[in-house]
Ligand binder design. Structure first.
Ligand SMILES: NC(=O)c1ccc[n+]([C@@H]2O[C@H](COP(=O)([O-])OP(=O)(O)OC[C@H]3O[C@@H](n4cnc5c(N)ncnc54)[C@H](OP(=O)(O)O)[C@@H]3O)[C@@H](O)[C@H]2O)c1
Length: 261
């Protein structure tokens, strides 16, 4: 558990807007200091930092392009240099570009794997090293936690977004391996939303119709997902598993990705 005299600090990737921003604000409201990562949405990220700082008094901005391994490796040390410590990482940033069996190629797969798989693994590796450094420095009870944002479509596959889906399937597998490899110091938990936020590919009416397509008649909201991330970070018994937060959408069969229905 975090040292009682230090506020807990979490790095949330892709936190400028959308789900990452909701997660950052929920954690800040719960007393976490939030390191807000962004790539290109600088103004939105500054707004997230200001909103988090109002809630906890401690928040800061960190840019990095997750297709650049050097930038990824530098990120967690930059957060540690700013806050003095990091207790958790939430891997929410994600590349989501369409391809299918006809258009698939190495280039598309590689950039999805860099952003959506290799980056979360490197950030978990860096957190584990940081926690080990704290133990070596005398903080015997130092602990860390990682939450990886997955997707209900891993349990409910369709032929769209091949590279994205492969990158998230690999991240789900990495979660199991890392939970074993990084225990007992660092826990690793997956959180898999259903259709939560709309995209430029869906009208508001279509989004509402698809959001209701689930056994519970309602897929996840950003607040549902953020609350689950907070629960996963703070529950000391959970590691190596995934919490599906999707109104049960993974139990249904969809022929296409939501954005193409
Ligand atoms: N939204 C949903 O309904 C839904 C459903 C299922 C699963 N999920 C999962 O939940 C997570 C959050 O979803 P979301 O809809 O909020 O995500 P999103 O809007 O698609 O992407 C979040 C952020 O990822 C960042 N990003 C993308 N590529 C990057 C790169 N190469 N380097 C650094 N940052 C990069 C972008 O930051 P900048 O804008 O700063 O460039 C972007 O704002 C994702 O992991 C997603 O797979 C979401």
């Amino acid at each position: 558990m975090p040292h009682p005299t230090h506020p807990r600090t979490v790095l949330v990737t892709g936190a400028a807007k959308r789900l990452g921003r909701s997660i950052a604000l929920t954690l800040a409201a719960g007393g976490w200091q939030v390191a807000v990562h962004y790539r290109s949405s600088q103004q939105d990220a500054m707004d997230t930092v200001a909103a988090c700082a109002q809630l906890t008094g401690g928040s800061a901005l960190f840019d990095a392009d997750f297709e650049d391994e050097t930038a990824v490796r530098a990120l967690l040390p930059r957060v540690v240099a700013h806050f003095g410590r990091v207790d958790a990482v939430v891997n929410s940033a994600s590349l989501f570009e369409h391809d299918n069996a006809e258009t698939f190629g190495f280039a598309a797969l590689e950039k999805h794997l860099r952003s959506n798989t290799a980056t979360p693994v490197l950030l978990a590796q860096a957190l584990h090293q940081h926690v080990a450094d704290r133990v070596a420095a005398g903080e015997a009870d130092a602990q860390g936690a990682v939450v990886n944002l997955l997707d209900q479509k891993l349990w409910n596959q369709n032929p769209d977004f091949v590279s994205y889906t492969l990158s998230k399937a690999a991240l789900e597998a990495a979660g199991t391996m890392l939970a074993l490899a990084l225990a007992p110091r660092v826990r690793v938990v997956g959180v898999a939303p259903g259709l939560t936020l709309t995209s430029h590919m869906l009208s508001d009416d279509k989004f509402a119709q698809l959001h209701a397509l689930s056994p519970l008649g309602r897929s996840s909201t950003a607040e549902d997902v953020a609350a689950t991330v907070k629960f996963a970070l703070e529950n000391r018994s959970i590691t190596g598993t995934t919490l599906l937060v999707d109104g049960g959408q993974h139990l249904m069969k969809f022929d296409r990705d939501f954005s193409l229905m």
